[in-house]
Each structure stands twice: as structure tokens, then as C-alpha cells.
Design a protein around this ligand. Structure first.
Ligand code: CDP
Length: 210
């Protein structure tokens, strides 16, 4: 019998959790949900339509998640603001819970996956990196996208979002007590993947693929 494998990955912005989540999902042949995209979409749509964030969250569709503008820093800030609203979080809960209960499992990344969405997940990772390393990554990513910015600004915006995400009352960014801490400050994506995979395999999970 295959054990239900839910991999819950949390961590701050640009810690490497998204890349790691995608690679683990591919390796284990599991569907992946970037839950940050849900909050980004709610913030973005609500700011442009004037509709209340909780209402947008309740009627979010897959099409709403396809907009490439959701990857922008502006959408990240708007997402982080609506993410502090308990009604928004409550209205996104069912979708995330259903996603995580698929067979044979799923990979979800976000801020509250190990603490609120999937507290029973057999694998919980909390991915961190120093603020400097994260700002440097985010700066390079933005430059690659052709965004004209400077490093101190990236660092300041990241610090503002981290503070909001960690200090809010509703599901603040926290490592679950049983999460495995992975500091990627000195690691590239390959090294982070190898470390996470070794940890998951130690728990007895193996890819059933070729
Ligand atoms: O990609 P990055 O880490 O920069 O951000 P994201 O994961 O797309 O998340 C955008 C914002 O959504 C975060 O700053 C959080 O405020 C919020 N979020 C959350 O509250 N809970 C989640 N499970 C995922 C994201």
C-alpha cells in the first residue's frame, strides 16, 4: 500500500520554497499548489475591482490564477495585505484542504501549510535563508524579468512583507513544531533539493517512478 504523501513547505519570500516544492512534486509525481498565488490573486483582483477581498476569495477560479502579473512584487504586497484577513483565509481553506487530500498525495507551499492547512502532513519543511541571501535572489530574479530596481529597495520591501506575515494574528508565518528546518543561505537549488530529498527518504518515502 502506498502511504499518502503530503509535503508541506513553508517559509518566507525568496527562501527557495517554491522551486523546491516544484522539484519535489516532479520527483514524486505529485500535484503541486503554490498557495501564495491564491492570496496574490485575491489581493490583485480586489484592488482592481473594488470587490471585498473575502468575496473574491470565496469565488476564486483557476482562470484567476493564470495572470502573469500575479508574479509581480506589487501583487505580492497586495496578497500579503489580504492574507491578514481571517475571512479571506477561511474562504480559501476548503480548496487547499481538498487539494491536499488527493491520492496519492500533494505538495503545497506557503506560510501556514504545516501549521493550519495540513497539520497532519507526514513531511513538513520550513525553508529559510538570511535576509541578504533572499534579497539578492529576488533582486536577480527581478532584473532577469527586466524590472528596474535597486537592492536596498528589494530588501526594504521584503522586510516589510516578512514583518506583516510574521506579526499578523491570523495564521502568522511560523515553523510547525515538527517541521524540519532547511537553511538555504549557502545552497543552490540543486543542493536544497538533495538535502530535502534525503530527509524525505529517511522518513521512508521513495518515488515510485522510473
Ligand atoms: O513567492 P513569495 O514567497 O514571495 O510569496 P507568495 O508565497 O506568493 O505569497 C504572497 C503572500 O501571500 C505572502 O506574503 C503571504 O502574506 C501570503 N500567504 C499566506 O498568508 N499564506 C500562504 N499559505 C501563502 C501565502
Amino acid at each position: 500500500m502506498t502511504r499518502h504523501l503530503v509535503i508541506a513547505i513553508d517559509g518566507p519570500s525568496a527562501s527557495g520554497k517554491g522551486t523546491l516544492a516544484k522539484r519535489l512534486a516532479r520527483h514524486f509525481g505529485l500535484p503541486h499548489l503554490d498557495t501564495g498565488l491564491l492570496y496574490r490573486a485575491v489581493g490583485w483582483i480586489s484592488a482592481r475591482s473594488g470587490r471585498p477581498p473575502a468575496e473574491v476569495a470565496a469565488s476564486l477560479t483557476a482562470d484567476d490564477l493564470a495572470d502573469p502579473q500575479l508574479r509581480s512584487d506589487e501583487a505580492g504586497q497586495e496578497g500579503s495585505k489580504v492574507a491578514a484577513l481571517p475571512e479571506v483565509r477561511a474562504n480559501l481553506l476548503k480548496f487547499q484542504k481538498e487539494f491536499s487530500s488527493q491520492q496519492p498525495g500533494a505538495v503545497l507551499d506557503g506560510r501556514d501549510i504545516g501549521t493550519v492547512i495540513c497539520p497532519e502532513a507526514p513531511v513538513k519543511l520550513f525553508v529559510t535563508a538570511s535576509s541578504e541571501a533572499r534579497a539578492e535572489r529576488r533582486y536577480r530574479e527581478l532584473r532577469r524579468q527586466g524590472v528596474d530596481t535597486i537592492k536596498p529597495r528589494v530588501l526594504a520591501e521584503m522586510a516589510e512583507r516578512d514583518r506583516r506575515d510574521s506579526e499578523r494574528a491570523a495564521a502568522p508565518l511560523r515553523a510547525a513544531p515538527d517541521a524540519w528546518l532547511l537553511d538555504t543561505s549557502e545552497m543552490d537549488a540543486d543542493a536544497a533539493f538533495a538535502a530535502a530529498l534525503a530527509f524525505i527518504e529517511r522518513k521512508g518515502f521513495r518515488s515510485s517512478g522510473p
